[in-house]
Design a protein around this ligand. Structure first.
Ligand code: NI
Ligand code: MN
Length: 223
């Protein structure tokens, strides 16, 4: 059975498979479908870090759905204080959930919460495997990630200013060796305006990855 990837906006997306839905970094401002926290029915809420454009409506969605927040210990501390079910993990940690395995990957970026660290996730969701980088700078140890857990999709920020720009994210694609790359975290605001089609052309010329450009509000089928 295939999975459905739905891009909400910015760094927020849902993946649905086997009747279960997970959501990532649910910042809903400006999403073209006008979705609000009460429109979601999800089982898990993943939060890469606590900057406002990632934390967004995470706790409201988790509470509405009785869903479990999965993040670093510090962000889960905020979730706990907000009254949400949560499962705290940390960098390099793996855990096997009923849907599959989660690894917390490094992200070189601020955490948005004192004492914390931003993260990414490598997830096996009922056999659909992907790496969501969160917000991060390019770092050379990205090359190790496929040796730890194989993933078919790499979901990468390309906006620059706060994260990797298209040039850096093309090197990341080379490091990550995923079958597919899905660019996110661009064109939300003027400082992160980028030409995604130029990124696609560059990555497809310089790597064997295929770049899937998904517009906010659109859904694609995943392997
Ligand atoms: Ni951030
Ligand atoms: Mn961000």
């Amino acid at each position: 059975m295939s999975a459905k990837f739905h891009f909400i906006n910015h760094a927020c997306f849902t993946i649905e498979k086997n009747g279960s839905t997970i959501i990532f970094d649910p910042f809903l401002d400006g999403n073209p479908e006008g979705l609000t926290a009460k429109d979601f029915k999800v089982d898990h809420v993943f939060i890469s870090h606590a900057h406002f454009d990632h934390l967004g409506s995470a706790f409201e969605i988790a509470k509405n759905c009785d869903a479990t927040v999965i993040s670093t210990a510090e962000v889960c501390g905020l979730a706990e204080a907000a009254g949400c079910k949560n499962h705290g993990m940390h960098l390099g940690g793996t855990f096997r959930f009923p849907f599959g395995k989660v690894r917390i990957a490094m992200a070189f970026h601020g955490s948005g919460v004192a004492g914390g660290h931003a993260c990414g996730f490598i997830i096996d969701f009922y056999g659909t495997t992907f790496y969501f980088a969160g917000d991060t700078a390019l770092y050379s140890d990205m090359q190790l990630l496929q040796t730890l857990d194989k993933f078919a999709y790499a979901i990468l920020p390309i906006g620059g200013n706060f994260t990797m720009d298209p040039q850096d994210a093309a090197i990341a694609a080379k490091f990550l060796k995923a079958k597919y790359v899905i660019p996110i975290h661009y064109n939300t605001w003027p400082p992160i305006t980028q030409d995604v089609n130029a990124y696609k052309a560059n990555v497809e010329k310089s790597t064997s990855s295929k770049v899937l450009v998904v517009k906010p509000g659109k859904t694609i089928e995943m392997e």
